[in-house]
Design a protein around this ligand. Structure first.
Ligand code: AMP
Ligand code: ZN
Length: 135
């Protein structure tokens, strides 16, 4: 393996994958531990770690491919909806440090959110935080 990255090895065909889509820039394949039927990962063939180190021109192209694959899955599975998830850093649950987008098909009427345990926001704290973060 060139750089110890399992997704680079998949992109180079050194490790097999259940491929759904491929072009010069990206590869899309089924997640080996799916959240739902059709759970698919879209990766750039080039190695980047996450959202912040992926050049923006490449990121735009990846997102267009995510749209294309998601549209295909919705039709071909078919599914009723889907989540697009992209984890950055171990703190966010990223286990493979090669940037990837999850497309998670959802079925039925009210599938609910994927494990976001939200808590009620406090208006004054939100206002202060927005003031601190405003770009
Ligand atoms: P993340 O937690 O966002 O880093 O997601 C990594 C995903 O990669 C997990 O959902 C794993 O199930 C999936 N995964 C790990 N190894 C493979 C593999 N060899 N083929 C397909 N999916 C994989
Ligand atoms: Zn890689």
């Amino acid at each position: 393996m060139k750089n110890d990255c399992i997704f680079c090895a998949i992109a180079e065909g050194e490790i097999p994958s259940f491929k759904v889509y491929e072009d010069d820039l990206v590869l899309a394949y089924l997640d080996i531990n799916p959240f739902s039927e059709g759970h698919t990962l879209v990766i750039p063939k080039e190695h980047y770690t996450g959202l912040l180190d992926t050049p923006s021109d490449i990121l735009k192209e990846i997102v267009v491919r995510v749209q294309k694959v998601a549209a295909h899955l919705k039709e071909a599975l078919p599914c009723d909806g889907f989540n697009v998830l992209q984890n950055n850093g171990a703190a966010a649950g990223q286990t493979v440090p090669h940037v990837h987008f999850h497309i998670v098909p959802r079925y039925g009427a009210g599938g609910g959110e994927i494990a976001f345990a939200n808590h009620e926001g406090k208006m004054d704290a939100l206002a202060a935080l927005a003031a601190r973060l405003r770009m």
